[in-house]
Design a protein around this ligand. Sequence first.
Ligand code: ZN
Length: 465
Amino acid sequence: MVDQDALHQALVGALGAAGVLEGDDIGPAYFEDISHERSGRPWLVLRPSSTAEVAQCLRLCHRYGQAVVPQGGMTGLVSAGVPIDGEVALSTQRLARIEEVDASNATITAQAGVTLQQVQEAADAAGYFFPLDIGSRGSCTVGGNLSTNAGGNRVLRYGMMRDLVLGLEVVLADGTVIDGTHKMVKNNAGYDLKHLFIGAEGTLGVITRAVLRLHPKPMSQAVAFCSLPDFGTGIRLLRYLEGALGGRLSAFEAIWHNAYQLVLDGVPRVRPPLPSKNPFYVLVESLGADPLHDGEQFEQVLHQALAQGLVQDVVVGRSEREVRALWEVRDAVSEAVLKLDPFLSFDVSMPVDCMEPFARDVIERIGARWPEARIGVFGHVGDGNLHLVTDAGGHATPRAVMDELVYDATRAVRGSVSAEHGIGFQKRGWLRYTRSDEEIALMRLLKRSLDPKGILSPGRVVDMV
Ligand code: ZN
């Protein structure tokens, strides 16, 4: 048993009273993430304001064998940051400083609790672009984005969070500080340790600071919304645009007819840019450096696509307002699906040419079992990432039944049960559908090596038995 009194006293001594929340001062924001699938009350919430304080917290918790769950903006979808009753939550909310924007090296150094939007705005103010973008930008944090290896709409061009990091500072379970805040693009001096912690969902260490990579600010943005006769044509369109736009293609977001219909039914403020009679819709975006000619060239490329039968119909955004309206259709998908009740959502990935047969298979299986089920399928096709949501026809279907149906189909195409949301608690039981026994054994070996007492986010990602 943890000697709670002694640990409590030591933590208050290390952080001061303002650094430790307890009892009724711990609000529900610390209990659950936005999936609302699990809820737990932490015994204490630790709010360190420096790396040294994080190290102190972990040193003490390690000594006393106290389990700790790191928390960022709590916008996760797999309950990785949700406390088990009695755990201590370690919040990064007071690690909220952007320490440097380095124009020469095109980097930004930020503490873990800085929000994604603050990073984007600081980059913009310095004449740069930080391309990672997800709906929760105003509340999700750098530490959380790194711990989940966040993706979003522009991965096709700029990669995931992992591709946008040059260096990390991490505190290990026993309080050891690993300062890897390098600014080099090339660093092959031994193992690339930062990648151990990216996507580890807080199970291997607590990320406290990051050196992030900035990109040149795009000078032009062109967007089109297309309807397609079938998915195979969509893949040909994707490959055609990658070549014809000379590397400027930045988003290729597919919306299946069923998800488009959910938007038309559920989000009345969105005016459909194209009638709802086609099997697939795609939002295409190009970001470039030549505002005078990029728009014109974009339209020419899409006319060519039309002439070659790669799209059935196309609407091009010709003003900032029109561009925003087209993106709003894509964003409204995420809003429309939330109205499904119950709300069962999946985030899977697979080879691009498997996406359509996979979706058809799952839609058929769900329809056979729950004929009145509503389903929406959409995704980042350039990355092979599908989101599938359903209400199981309004039945209170046990999550595990639907999980098995979807993950069986995912395994059949050698896909991944988590494309960009992570594993956390929610998908832990399905990890072996994507990872081999040997891979899982290696994950456990890493976990035991870095956190021998198992105090960091126990039970998340990979179970240890
Ligand atoms: Zn997504």
